[in-house]
Write a protein that binds this ligand. Structure first.
Ligand code: UDX
Length: 438
């Protein structure tokens, strides 16, 4: 099948590469020429473990181009994977989706299935199908299918090939049969991915409801963790004990410094916005968002309480990305914490194995006059040397496996604020150590 994937970010690129791996002829389209040139040379513009290796395996079956016209006009299926970032009011910004749809409308020369992978408010697929069919020639029919994505960054290839489920939202028999053909290889050995056909609106809702439920689980465990800490219980034992109940499950019960990333923050806000304008406010999601905002500042508030005045203090921040195994910094707790540290007059020494370049781009956009107090380090040893405190934001393996004796050896005062519970309490006995819910 000839497939075009539009929007070559974390979702689009992995989807395109995975579809060519299972046998389709794929063209990846993006407006960013620099990105396309990198991809043509076999280089992935994003950090995703295993992606470049898979790209090299499929290089004869995948094309990268900025020429959307010829790509769209010859496709059986066009998959839209562009971002839907949040607007200030929390709603999803559909500008990228709309501009891709305009390009599709001007390019189509035959009937086509347009698949929306981007996370969009319930009802958007209906609206897009109506608009596309109004704009294309009367002889052409466009079928819009909702097909949400559930991949996690860092494990995106596995999550796509061995997905928890494939959700296809359409009421049209022809579109359903094409979608089944597209994904058939994944429903068989060795992948055996469950395949669920639903209405378009249900498919759109499955995506939001799933992400928001996981976010809710995290905010819940973070609140329980904070209570554990003041009552003397240990959140790790509590999570383990809860997770043994298969009705609860043991995933997404890791307490920490709050969720970040490209999905949970925006999808909780978008669903809350949608519920509010429909006058059925989701109170659970509202609470989930509030808890997360507070949780992101838990280390900073403790540090301020302990050191009183941060002016002139040197603080190391270990880990910048929103989680390990990605270079993505969208809504990462590190951002607000570093901004607060700098605004309190602290000097910040930041370490991350892959996120420094993206962090520099983000901090540039924040209008701050004390950025010169921020320095970046490529080794943990250098970052923590002569510091007054360390804050851990991301559980990168080399932070988790770091020789904790070095905190005593290299820091001015061994004081560690661990937002990801990287170390056993016993191993931190000689260090002033604050962790989450323990
Ligand atoms: C998420 C969903 O998992 C995925 O299905 C969806 O398609 C996109 O959003 P992703 O954003 O890549 O994926 O990351 P995920 O691994 O889910 O983590 C999100 C955030 O939650 C991270 O900041 C992580 O540190 C935090 N988290 C996760 C916790 O704090 N505790 C947990 O137990 C799990």
């Amino acid at each position: 099948m000839r497939v075009t994937v539009s929007g070559i970010g974390y979702v689009g690129l992995v989807t395109g590469v995975a579809l060519s791996y299972i046998g389709h002829t794929v063209t990846c389209v993006d407006i960013n020429e620099e990105k396309i040139n990198m991809l043509k040379n076999g280089i992935s513009p994003i950090y995703e473990p295993g992606l470049e290796e898979l790209m090299s395996k499929v290089r004869n079956k995948i094309n990268f181009t900025t020429d959307y016209k010829s790509a769209y006009s010859t496709s059986d299926v066009i998959i839209i994977g562009v971002g839907t970032p949040e607007r200030e009011d929390g709603s999803a910004n559909l500008d990228y989706v709309n501009s891709v749809c305009e390009q599709i409308a001007e390019s189509l020369r035959k009937n086509c299935i347009v698949v929306l992978k981007s996370t969009v408010p319930i009802g958007t697929n209906d609206e897009i199908e109506r608009k596309l069919n109004n704009e294309v020639k009367t002889s052409i029919k466009v079928y819009v299918v909702s097909n949400p994505e559930f991949l996690s960054q860092g494990t995106a290839i596995h999550d796509t090939l061995f997905a928890s489920r494939i959700i296809v939202g359409t009421d049209d028999k022809y579109a359903a049969s094409v979608m089944h053909k597209l994904y058939e290889p994944l429903t068989k050995e060795p992948y055996n991915v469950p395949y669920l056909l639903t209405s378009r609106k249900s498919a759109e809702m499955i995506k939001y409801a799933s992400n928001d439920f996981l976010a809710l689980k995290i905010s819940y465990i973070n609140e329980i963790a904070n209570l554990c800490k003041s009552l003397g219980a240990n959140i790790e034992e509590v999570s383990k004990g809860m997770g043994l109940d298969s009705r609860i499950g043991n995933s997404f019960l890791k307490a920490g410094i709050g969720y970040g990333g490209s999905c949970f923050p925006k999808d909780t806000k978008a669903l809350h916005w949608l519920s509010t304008i429909n006058r059925i406010e989701l109170k659970t999601i509202k609470a989930c968002i509030e808890v997360n905002e507070t949780q992101k500042l838990i280390l900073f508030n403790q540090l301020k309480k302990d050191l009183v005045d941060l002016h002139g203090k040197t603080i190391a921040v270990l880990g910048l990305t929103f989680k390990p195994n990605t270079d993505d910094l969208r809504d990462a707790p590190s951002i607000i914490n570093i901004v607060n540290l700098l605004n309190s007059g602290a000097n910040v020494k930041a370490y991350d194995p892959v996120g420094i370049n993206n962090f520099k781009k983000i901090i540039k956009k924040i209008d701050m006059n004390n950025c010169y107090n921020l320095e970046f380090y490529e080794s943990i040893d250098d970052a923590i040397k002569d510091t007054d405190a360390v804050m851990i934001m991301t559980e990168w393996p080399n932070i988790v496996n770091y020789d904790v004796a070095k905190y005593k050896k290299l820091m001015k005062v061994p004081r560690v604020y661990d937002g990801r519970n990287c170390y056993k309490l016993e191993s931190m006995k000689d260090i002033i150590y604050f962790s989450i819910g323990r």
